[in-house]
Structures are given as structure tokens and as C-alpha cells.
Design a protein around this ligand. Structure first.
Ligand code: FAD
Length: 366
């Protein structure tokens, strides 16, 4: 089986497929891993998924666990402490983790599990003759696989090959700024600030947290690499006092991660012949519910499950899509609804209520 893309979805798919006995090769287009250095929030369904993948202890050890979210108002005053449900008994409900630490855990397990990883390689053609797929690689070599999994992210080339008419990702109108900072002792869980400046602090290890800042981004501007720290500091002006006070620590241009928010949901089939898509390649959400990577990881487990149980790839892909489509569609739509509400371009959505609904949805069994 070939997996195109060594991101969170591709690597977890490799782990889940190896656990069910499939031979797996992962190709990644970058010659060296390129994982940016801030963190990610992962919730109870991801903790359940990590348990299922046999990674939970390493994962919790590498991250920062907590069981509630603090909600503060525009003046920085604490408004509520919202407990978050647990899905694995005796384990936490939310983890903040450095993306690099998560990546290291996944790569180590993929390798231990006996999958091959080939860096600096893409698939240039995929020829599916019904009984398998002949793949031509960017180094000119070819190989044949029973199944190809496209886990190549938001701008998936596999999606373009499979479904050239699928609409491309759409810019959602906001951008997110992130930066790692030393963790003050009293920041022990996700602390979110609402108001004109929407921001949050997420602990990712004992010494570190990251700040995220969501801003309207009319015209989808880009920022010069040597001025981006100043630009982020400028966006914090007028923010809640505790957050604004952290601005002076944002000095390293290379440490600022800015991303315009984009979204896609492929309606209709997520597979064709012996080729199937997962993760951001087929459903990418804005990060307002912190579930994009969670959906990719869940996809990986369900796809492996279905492939192990079904008699043909087509039956497995059908089962995979039936189990994943409604949940992923809800996450993409609900995240976008929060984004539009914050921009004033859609109906008002209560972020807290939508988060509670999201928990109900993702608590359902896979
Ligand atoms: C600002 C922001 C904040 C976010 N915060 C969170 C959060 O807190 N929690 C959460 O759960 N999610 C979050 N997400 C979403 C999360 O990052 C994505 O949903 C997740 O990374 C998707 O994983 P993936 O494997 O599908 O795609 P990716 O992570 O994009 O991985 C795709 C991989 O494929 C490789 N690739 C691409 N093209 C090719 C090719 N042609 N050949 C070979 N390899 C290729 C890429 O280099 C990459 O390694 C956030 C997203 C954004 C933008």
C-alpha cells in the first residue's frame, strides 16, 4: 500500500495499517521533514485515537495534559472554567503538544512498525487498471500497489488527479498567528480570550506554551519574513491586558507562524478505483474547534479498520466514507460557521455552545 504524504494523517494511517498487517510505504515530498515549531490542541477523541494506536503513553509524556478550558472576556477577566469530557478512563481530556514532538512520536512508531518512509519523493502519475495502481515517482522510478492513500494535505495533488473538478480550498477571511512563549506557572490549561482580539494560550510542555491569535484578514495579505514579529505584535494592540503584555516577547521573526485560514469539503466520493483520500486532502477545516488533525487521525483508524474487514477495496472505501462523512462535514461546517460569525459575515454562533456540540459529536464511537 502506498501513502502519499507524511503528515499527521499519513503517518497515523501507516501505523494503523501496519497494526493490521498491511505492507506500507509512505512518501513525503520534502527531502527533510518540515514541521513548524508551534503546538497543536488535541481533544478527548484524539486521546481515544492515540490509545487505539498504542501511542498514548508516549504522547501524553511529550505533551501537556489538562481537563478544562478557561474562558476569559475582552478585559481578560476569567468568565468560566469549562470542564472537558474524557473518553479514556483515567486519562486526561485535552492535550497541548508541540507539532514536532508529535511528529517525532509518529515517525518513530511508523519506523518501528516496519513501514518504509521515503523523503523527497512525489507521485507524478497514478495509473489504476482496476486490479492495482502503477505509480510513477518524481525520481523516474515506477512501482505497483494494491491501494494508494492520498494524505497529501489541503493542496492535495492526489485529489487533483482523482477529482480535477473538485472546487479548490477557499480562503475563509481570517488568519491565525502563533508563537511559542515560556509558560507562566498559572497557565495550566487552554485559556481563551474572546472579544475584538480572539486569542488563546495553550501549554505544550512544562516550560512552553504557544499563543494563537485569530484576526480578520481582508484581502488575504502576506507579510514580509523580516517584519512578521512586528506585525504580530501590532495585531495584539488593544487585546486583553494579559495577552497584550506578552507582545514584547514576540521578537523572533522565524518563530512566528502565520497562516491564512482555508477550508475544503469534498462532496461526493472520496475514492476512485483503488485510490482513496484522507485528512485535509478531502476535508480541511478552520481551526476554531481544534479538530483538523483529530479528523485526519480518526480517518486513518477507520480506513485501516475497513480495509482489514472488507473483501474488496471498494467495499472498504464505501464503509470508510459512510463512517467519516457526516462527522467531518459537521466539523468543517461548524468551524466555518464560527469563523463567519467572528467576521460578522454569517449568523451569530456561540463558540462555547458549538464546542459543546462538537464534544457530543466526536464522543460518539468511530
Ligand atoms: C492555523 C492552524 C491551526 C491548527 N490547529 C489545530 C489544532 O489545534 N488541532 C487540530 O487538531 N488541528 C489543527 N489544525 C489542522 C491540522 O494542522 C490539519 O488538519 C492536519 O495537519 C491535517 O493533517 P494531514 O496529514 O491531512 O495534512 P498535512 O498535515 O498537511 O500533511 C500533508 C503532508 O503531505 C505532504 N505532501 C503534500 N503534497 C505531497 C505530494 N504531492 N507528495 C508527497 N507528499 C506530499 C506535505 O509535505 C505534508 O507533510 C490547524 C490548522 C491551522 C491552519
Amino acid at each position: 500500500m502506498l501513502i502519499i504524504g507524511g503528515g499527521i494523517g499519513g503517518l497515523t494511517a501507516a501505523i494503523a495499517l501496519r497494526a493490521r498487517g498491511f505492507a506500507v510505504c509512505v512518501i513525503e515530498k520534502h527531502p527533510q521533514w518540515q514541521v513548524y515549531g508551534v503546538g497543536i490542541i488535541q481533544q478527548a477523541n484524539v486521546i481515544r485515537a492515540m490509545h487505539e494506536l498504542g501511542l498514548l503513553d508516549d504522547y501524553l509524556h511529550a505533551g501537556f495534559s489538562f481537563n478544562e478550558v478557561e474562558v476569559a472576556g475582552p478585559d481578560g477577566r476569567l468568565l468560566a472554567r469549562v470542564p472537558s469530557p474524557r473518553l479514556v478512563e483515567g486519562r486526561p481530556s485535552i492535550v497541548g503538544i508541540s507539532r514536532r514532538a508529535l511528529h517525532d512520536i509518529l515517525v518513530q512508531r511508523v519506523t518501528q512498525a516496519g513501514a518504509t518512509i521515503r523523503l523527497g519523493l512525489t507521485a507524478t502519475t497514478l495509473e489504476d487498471d482496476g486490479s492495482g495502481v502503477t505509480v510513477t515517482f518524481s525520481d523516474g522510478t515506477t512501482d505497483r500497489y494494491a491501494i494508494v492513500v492520498g494524505a497529501d494535505g489541503l493542496y492535495s495533488q492526489t485529489r487533483t488527479i482523482l477529482f480535477p473538478d473538485a472546487p479548490p480550498p477557499a480562503f475563509a477571511g481570517q488568519g491565525v498567528w502563533r508563537y511559542n512563549l515560556p509558560r507562566p506557572a498559572d497557565v495550566t490549561c487552554l485559556r481563551s480570550y474572546s472579544g475584538p482580539v480572539t486569542a488563546g494560550l495553550v501549554p505544550i510542555s512544562d516550560p512552553l506554551m504557544y499563543m494563537f491569535l485569530t484576526t480578520a484578514a481582508p484581502g488575504n495579505p502576506r507579510y514580509a519574513a523580516d517584519e512578521i514579529a512586528a506585525a504580530m505584535r501590532g495585531k495584539l494592540a488593544g487585546g486583553p491586558p494579559f495577552i497584550a503584555a506578552l507582545a514584547e516577547q514576540i521578537v523572533d521573526n522565524a518563530g512566528v507562524v502565520y497562516r491564512p485560514l482555508e477550508s475544503i469539503f469534498v462532496e461526493g466520493p472520496w475514492h476512485k478505483g483503488n485510490i482513496v483520500l484522507l485528512g485535509d486532502a478531502v476535508h480541511a477545516c478552520t481551526p476554531h474547534l481544534g479538530q483538523g488533525a483529530g479528523m485526519a487521525i480518526e480517518d486513518a483508524i477507520v480506513l485501516a479498520d475497513e480495509l482489514a474487514a472488507a473483501s474488496t477495496a471498494q467495499v472498504a472505501f464505501g464503509g470508510y466514507q459512510r463512517r467519516r462523512y457526516p462527522r467531518c462535514q459537521f466539523i468543517v461546517d461548524a468551524s466555518l460557521a464560527i469563523c463567519n460569525s467572528q467576521l460578522g459575515s454569517g449568523p451569530h454562533v456561540d463558540h462555547g455552545e458549538m464546542t459543546a456540540r462538537m464534544f457530543e459529536v466526536v464522543a460518539q464511537p468511530l
